[in-house]
Write a protein that binds this ligand. Structure first.
Ligand code: SAH
Ligand code: SF4
Ligand code: F3S
Length: 448
């Protein structure tokens, strides 16, 4: 009987991607993936530290595994990812039924750690980081229509509220060649859309360029990367997340506006509409600079749509400053926004120098106001889409109602439609929108 493993993933798309690469690596080492948590020999939790709630969820879940270990003493339990990086040995101390802890730069060492746990029943912790430790892992599940590619790791931005730079280390970019090769390999196994991942993706190649003394304000290795990926046969759509306004120069705008495979819906985190708060957050841009970049894209691509991340209730945020965030939302008209209540993270600059002084009720109230704004906008925008034609990549039966099929438009809207004989998964076809709700558009296939 092969030894089986199950990975449960929390957090962002980078963790999802790491889990996929790790699963491929474990399979190469002879372990077999198992869909059932309770039936697996090895349980791995890939964790997130970005907000307190994210960590509490993991602690609760891993705590529950104590019972399972009592009935299955040979079970190997590991915690990896951002929380493992942040807490290290402390996790082993707090959770006595845990066998190993592996940090974010340790993916390639996990099979050996698992081997050791199985053979020696020893408890292990590895959280070293650094250029010598980071290696590229390019294993993918074959046959996925949409695949993710990590183009860089880490973050050097050090926004004052954010734990990510401490969990993921310094920015390190892969070479354009390595990424193009990965995209080609994916295209060969059926991928048509790629989602490029990086915490600060517009800083792709920046730290390397700085080290070589070739960095200028006109520099955009990310634009070079997009141009190279545009040439990969079989890849029809390119998306990316998350760009940072500081590195969105004209060269970047030109590339995203003109390259046909780059989808024209952009996720551009704003965080706040107040310059004082943006400064306290160390975002390195003003609200006007943010709006200028949106306008630069809109000038070239009038149909472009935008989504964002927002934090409400950051240290000392006044009602007036919150209103500025509300205002910037109205000005841009986001078709999606992730709105977070500020959560103080131990070890960040904000936790050391600023007071988390906005009461929970106020954070909650501000959150609700922005959610309402978003819903109203999306409802109106979706209603306006009725009668228009959109290009959809057919993904197959919809998760909620398998009798319907779904796909995403190039502007990242979910479109639902009736299956038809001439439609195949992966087709990119025009649909006319006939009906809209807050969550989805309903369309009919345009006949040629
Ligand atoms: N690198 C990306 C986002 C990383 S984390 C970027 O900067 O654009 C995803 C989002 O979580 C952030 O954009 C921010 O809105 C939110 N976030 C990060 N730290 C947070 C904290 N301490 N409290 C609340 N939200 C936070
Ligand atoms: Fe965190 Fe800021 Fe880096 Fe995003 S850019 S990961 S918010 S430090
Ligand atoms: Fe969370 Fe780490 Fe991603 S802290 S948001 S899993 S980079």
């Amino acid at each position: 009987m092969p030894i089986t493993f199950h990975i449960k993933t929390y957090g962002c798309q980078m963790n999802e991607r790491d889990s996929e690469a790790l699963a491929c690596l474990l399979e190469m080492h002879g372990y077999q993936e198992c869909a059932e948590e309770a039936e697996s020999d090895i349980l791995i939790f890939n964790t997130c530290s970005v907000r307190d709630q994210a960590e509490r969820k993991v602690v609760g879940k891993v705590g529950l595994m104590k019972k399972l270990k009592r009935v299955k003493p040979d079970l190997v339990i590991g915690v990896i990812g951002c929380m493992a990086q942040r807490m290290g040995e402390q996790l082993l101390e707090e959770l006595p039924h845990l066998d190993f802890v592996a940090g974010t730069d340790q993916l390639q060492n996990i099979p050996a750690m698992v081997d050791k746990c199985l053979k020696e029943h020893s408890r292990q912790c590895a959280i070293e980081m650094g250029p010598g430790v980071f290696r590229e892992l390019d294993g993918h599940r074959p046959g996925r229509l949409i695949s993710e590619i990590s183009v860089m790791r880490g973050c050097d931005q050090f926004c004052t509220y954010c734990i990510v730079p401490y969990c993921r280390g310094r920015e390190k970019s892969r070479s354009i060649q390595a990424i193009v090769d990965e995209a080609k390999m994916l295209a060969d196994t059926g991928t048509k859309e790629i989602l490029l991942l990086g915490q600060n993706i517009t800083a792709y190649g920046v730290s390397e360029a700085r080290a070589q003394g070739i960095y200028t304000p006109e520099f955009s290795a990310f634009a070079d990367l997009l141009e190279a990926l545009q040439e990969v046969d079989g890849i029809e759509r390119i998306r990316f997340t998350s760009p940072h306004v500081r590195f969105m120069n004209d060269r970047f705008v030109e590339a995203v506006a003109t390259l046909p495979k780059v989808c024209k819906s952009f996720h551009i985190p704003v965080q706040s509409g107040s310059d004082r708060i943006l400064k306290l957050m160390h975002r390195n841009y003003t609200a006007a600079e943010y709006l200028d970049r949106i306008a630069a894209i809109r000038a070239r691509v009038p149909q472009a749509t935008f989504s964002t991340d927002i934090i409400v209730g950051f240290c000392s945020e006044t009602q007036e400053e919150f209103e500025m965030t509300h205002q910037i939302m109205r000005e841009v008209g986001y078709d999606m926004a992730y709105i977070f209540r500020y959560s103080q993270r131990e070890g960040t600059q904000a936790s050391k120098t600023l007071l988390d002084d906005i009461p929970e009720e106020v954070k909650h109230e501000r959150n609700q106001i922005l959610l309402q704004e978003l819903n109203d906008y999306v409802k109106a925008a979706n209603a306006k889409a009725v009668g228009s034609t959109v290009q959809v990549m057919v993904e197959g039966p919809s998760a909620r109602n398998p009798r319907r099929w779904s796909g995403r438009s190039d502007l990242n809207k979910m479109v639902l439609f009736e299956p038809a004989e001439e439609l195949h998964v992966g087709d990119i076809r025009d649909f006319t929108i006939t009906r809209a709700t807050e969550n989805a558009l309903y369309g009919t296939l345009d006949n040629l």
